[in-house]
Design a protein around this ligand. Sequence first.
Ligand code: GLC
Length: 730
Amino acid sequence: MNRSKIIVLVTLINLVFASLYFNACNSPDQLADKKEPFQSEIDSLVSSMTLEEKVSMLHGNSKFANAGIERLGIPEWVLSDGPHGVREEIQRHSWDPAGWTNDSSTYFPTGTALAATWNPELALGTGEALGEEARARGKDVLLGPGVNIHRSPLCGRNFEYMSEDPVLTTAMCVPYIKGVQSKDVAACVKHYALNNQETNRTTVDVQVSERALYEIYLPAFKAAVEEAEVHTIMGAYNKFRGVYCCENKYLLKDILRDEWNFKGVVISDWDATHSTVDAALNGLDLEMGTDVASYDDYYFSKPLIQAVKDGLVPESIVDEKVGNILRVMYKTKILGASNREKGSYNTPEHYEAAYKVAKESIVLLKNSKNLLPIDQNKIKSVAIIGDNATRKHCEGGFSSGVKAKKEVTPLEGIKNLLGKSVKINFSQGYEKTSELDNFIRITDNTLNEELLNSAVASAKASDVAIIFAGLNHDYDSEGLDKSDMLLPYQQDILIKAVAKANPNTIVVFHAGSPVDMSSFSNEISAMVWGWLNGSEGGTAIAQMLFGVFSPSGKMPFTLPVHLEDSPAHALDSYPGVNHSVNYTEDLLVGYRWFDTKNIRPLFAFGHGLSYTQFTISNVTVDKNVFAKDETAVVSLNIKNDGDFDGAETIQLYAHDVESSVIRPFKELKSFKKVFLNSEEEKTIQLELPVNNLSFYNSKTKTWELEPGDFKLMIGNASNNIFETVDIQIK
Ligand code: GLC
């Protein structure tokens, strides 16, 4: 027998032994369990259900729950908003509040504020606290985080989401989800996908290139599934390439199930389901909120039973959907366990968790005359001006609103901090002369001279003037976008008048999306972004302004000089025409546009000042030539040269020197927040798996890393790079 035949024979014998060994080690049950935990329990439950019982689990039986099967010990599955606090109790069958007295919750800083901390540990802490609050309120699924990318400064829900950048959004949503789910509550990453505007949100059809889809809009969802193992995901209202997201095979099966191996539950946004057979065959599991007279009329109610009976939907598909829900019930200890997390709410620990985020979220945009921090021992009086000094924001924004037991306003925070040591002269300055009713906003922008004059007088009579300006949930809201970036209520006139009356004027913006500051930014020497900042927002902003701590927040989105500088507006590709929007800026979202087109923003992505100064030195990379599966390690020294303890976020951006495809000038690839006491020095490392330098090749449907030169740009803002190191990919 010749050599090649012997090789073939030996190989065959090995294959036979290998398969015998594999089967011997894995009984059918073990094989099944190897596939997915709880599978045998799930299979036996599903096989004992009638078709009617199975289908009853696949649609709402009330506003925020779907049916259980009492005879099998399966309870109702209870869902609740929202991303920054457990929503008040809603009536079972209407959107009206239930009017309970024990349904207040902790109000956490909203998504953009959390992202502005650039601190994933705080995202974990927020998730854990939210999970405990959800459990204490008897909830099984928390409908958050919202991770849609900020494509336009006008999107009403930017405040709920995190950033214009996929790497920052990913870095913050993964620990948030892990935190929530560590408390036996399912998180629900939303809104999948391309829900980047509120204008015509239930009908708009989004067109976007495959590269932008994979490089910008999907990464956070992919990481939520693959890294955080999110238990549920919410199908968005809009269409994608002509098909509603909640029946979109490409999104719900090809990408979510086949590429990412998602094993959880696809939940529709409320009233976002549009069919029975298409939705059932293309991946929707649970239909919620459909606006029909009776629950029997839901697409996944009697019509689904009929579709199965008519052979249009195989019962095995229904079994899969029920199995997905049961799997999450097992994983969150609703079934099969007796030690499920009990939770707690409105506790000092949770207020502390909210405070930590609020504290690290505040961004010092400008401080050119070192007006900040204010030394309370050197002043006798301070003018506190503006509607946002006293307004509570917790309940606004529609579905993400929170009935907070506690929300410290900036004025309260300052009073608590200063006590009687400094005279506080409060004046309204401007009034919220807008109303938002059923997603319609009416604003009266008439200047209120009386309020203006009393604010000017108050500023004149005080050593320092602080204006709490910005937006509120008449503007930062679900259901409609802003119509421009202008500050409402003539705030810019107020700001200029007060600054004229008192050169020691500071402006604090409370908002979740950009505003136009161009008419006064040169005249104001101190500007702060204070977010919609949770139960302890007022405590944190007071402490920052009066120097209890140094600010460390960094902008998670660009603040343009003018709206038309922003990509979607420069290209007139927002909000679309005839309910169709084409993302023609493609990959150049946010700073990617400003950098690549050399447009100067007012304040850049990643920008944020400190009360102390940091010196970066000795930036090195462990080597200069890398194979594709290696990791570059950038090391550097950072020293706190100032008097304040503080924190700096070192950002690593990558620039592809030469590429066969168009690439943004630079892209955030890694970052690290470093805490340093005064005079303290540390050496830190930033790791970059060089595969992360790949681009998505839509022809081969793979991530491709082209050999060649790259520049790794190290800075503390996207427009403040202090060192560049060259590397080469073999
Ligand atoms: C809303 C929102 C979604 C929310 C759901 C339930 O329309 O789009 O984020 O979780 O309905 O309130």
